[in-house]
Ligand binder design. Structure first.
Ligand SMILES: Cc1cc2nc3c(=O)[nH]c(=O)nc-3n(C[C@H](O)[C@H](O)[C@H](O)COP(=O)(O)O)c2cc1C
Length: 369
C-alpha cells in the first residue's frame, strides 16, 4: 500500500499547494469515514492486523502510534483516524479564541529530504467551536483516545497565558481524554518563552486546577496533562522544564515540536521562516527523548514525535525512552499505510529482540547509571 501511495500520490502532491493538498486529504478522509461500507474498506486497507497494546496514564492504547497535533486542527476527522488504524489522535492546536493564523502560503514541502516547513500560527476555529464539534462526536462510540493540543491565542499577552490555556481545557474537558500544553510552537510570537520558570509553573497550576474542578463537577477522574517541548532547547533548559514537570506532577512530556534549525540554507523550502519537521528532525528529537528518559530515570512517560518516517525510526524512539509515538510529516510523505508499516515493523523488531513486550523495550538503550 505504501509503495502504491508513493508511486501515485507523491508526484500529484508535489504539484499541489501543501495546505490545499492537506485540506483535500482531510476532506476525503472525513467523507470516507462517514459511511459504514467505506469505513470497513479503510479499516481493511490500513488498520494493523495485530495490536501492540500499551497502557499509559491509566489509558489503554491498542498500539503506541498516533496522529500528531496540527494534522486535524478543527477536530474534523475523528472517525477517520480510527478507521485508518491509529492508536490515538491529537486534535488542535486549539486556542481560546478563534484565529486565522498567518498569511498564506504558510506550509512548504521538500520532497527530496521528506521535510516540511510551516508557519501556520495556530489557525483554528477557537475553543468554543471545537468543543461543539467534539460534543457531536458523542453520537458515535469512539474507539480510540482523543487528545487535545492547547495553544495560546495570539491576542492574549504572555502574562495572561495561563487563563487562555485553562479556559480551552475547561471547554473541551468532557470530550477529551488527554491534554497537551503546547508551549513550543515557533509560530506564535513569544510562545516558547512560556517553556520557562514562572510562566510554565503558572500555566500548569491553572490547568491542573481547572482539571480538578471539571472532574469534580462531572464526578469523574481528572485527565492526564502533558507538556510539549521544542527540540531547540539546550539540555540544561530541558532539565529545568523536567524539574518543574516532576514537581508539579505533570503526567508526561511530548518531545518534540518542530525545529528552527535547517539542514542547509540553499534549498528554497529551508529559506522559509517557521518550524521544520520530518526526516531532518529525527535524530535531534530522539536525542532529547534519550536525555529525558535518563534524567527522569524513566519516571515520566515520553511521547516521541519528530521525523518518524519508518518503523526503524519508531523503534529508535522506543528504545531511547518513548512509550507512545506520533507523526505528521511521515503521513504526508509515506501516506496512510504508515501506521500498518510502523506497528507491524515494531512487532517484528520486538520478536527479533531479547524483549518480550514493548514495555520491556522502552528505554532499553539508555543507561540509567
Ligand atoms: C503544518 C503543521 C502544523 C502543526 N501544528 C501544530 C500544532 O498546532 N500544535 C503542536 O503542538 N504541533 C504542531 N505541529 C508539530 C507536529 O505536531 C510535530 O510535533 C512535528 O511536526 C514533528 O513531527 P513530524 O516530524 O512527524 O512532522 C505542526 C506541524 C505541522 C507540519
Amino acid at each position: 500500500m505504501g509503495r502504491i501511495f508513493r508511486l501515485i500520490s507523491r508526484p500529484l502532491l508535489a504539484v499541489q499547494d501543501s495546505e490545499k493538498a492537506h485540506g483535500r486529504s482531510l476532506l476525503i478522509l472525513k467523507i470516507l469515514s462517514s459511511n459504514p461500507l467505506t469505513r470497513f474498506i479503510l479499516r481493511t486497507l490500513y488498520k494493523p492486523n495485530h495490536n501492540l497494546p500499551i497502557t499509559r496514564f491509566g489509558i489503554n492504547f491498542q498500539h503506541p502510534f498516533g496522529i500528531a497535533a496540527g494534522m486535524d486542527k478543527r477536530a474534523e476527522a475523528l472517525r477517520g483516524w480510527e478507521s485508518i488504524g491509529l492508536g490515538f489522535s491529537e486534535i488542535g492546536g486549539v486556542t481560546m479564541l478563534e484565529q486565522e493564523g498567518n498569511q498564506k502560503p504558510r506550509m512548504f514541502r521538500n520532497g527530496k529530504d521528506r521535510a516540511l516547513v510551516n508557519r501556520m500560527g495556530f489557525n483554528n476555529p477557537g475553543s468554543e467551536k471545537v468543543a461543539l464539534r467534539l460534543k457531536k462526536s458523542r453520537k458515535f462510540n469512539r474507539q480510540i483516545p482523543v487528545w487535545a493540543n492547547l495553544g495560546k491565542s495570539k491576542l492574549t499577552p504572555l502574562s495572561e497565558a495561563k487563563d487562555d490555556y485553562a479556559t480551552t481545557l475547561r471547554r473541551l474537558w468532557r470530550d477529551v481524554d488527554v491534554f497537551v500544553i503546547n508551549v513550543s510552537s515557533p509560530n506564535t510570537p513569544g510562545l516558547r518563552e512560556l517553556q520557562h520558570g514562572d510562566y510554565l509553573t503558572s500555566i500548569i497550576n491553572e490547568c491542573i486546577s481547572e482539571n480538578l474542578k471539571s472532574a469534580d463537577m462531572y464526578g469523574a477522574e481528572s485527565k492526564p496533562i502533558l507538556i510539549k517541548i521544542a527540540p531547540d532547547l539546550s539540555f540544561s533548559e530541558l532539565e529545568q522544564i523536567l524539574d518543574i514537570a516532576l514537581s508539579e506532577q505533570i503526567d508526561g512530556i511530548v518531545a518534540t515540536n518542530t525545529t528552527l534549525e535547517r539542514p542547509n540554507d540553499v534549498d528554497k523550502t529551508y529559506r522559509e521562516s517557521g518550524g521544520c519537521s520530518g526526516a531532518p528532525l529525527t535524530t535531534r528529537s530522539t536525542e532529547l527523548i534519550h536525555h529525558i528518559f535518563k534524567y527522569t530515570k524513566g519516571e515520566l512517560p515520553i511521547v516521541g514525535v519528530g521525523g518518524i518516517m519508518s518503523s526503524e525510526d519508531a523503534w529508535e524512539k522506543i528504545i531511547n525512552g518513548a512509550s507512545l509515538l506520533q507523526a505528521y510529516a511521515g503521513f504526508v510523505f509515506e501516506g496512510p499505510g504508515l501506521t500498518k508499516e510502523i506497528v507491524n515493523g515494531l512487532r517484528k523488531k520486538l520478536q527479533n529482540s531479547e524483549y518480550k513486550t514493548l514495555e520491556d523495550a522502552i528505554g532499553s538503550s539508555v543507561s540509567l547509571e
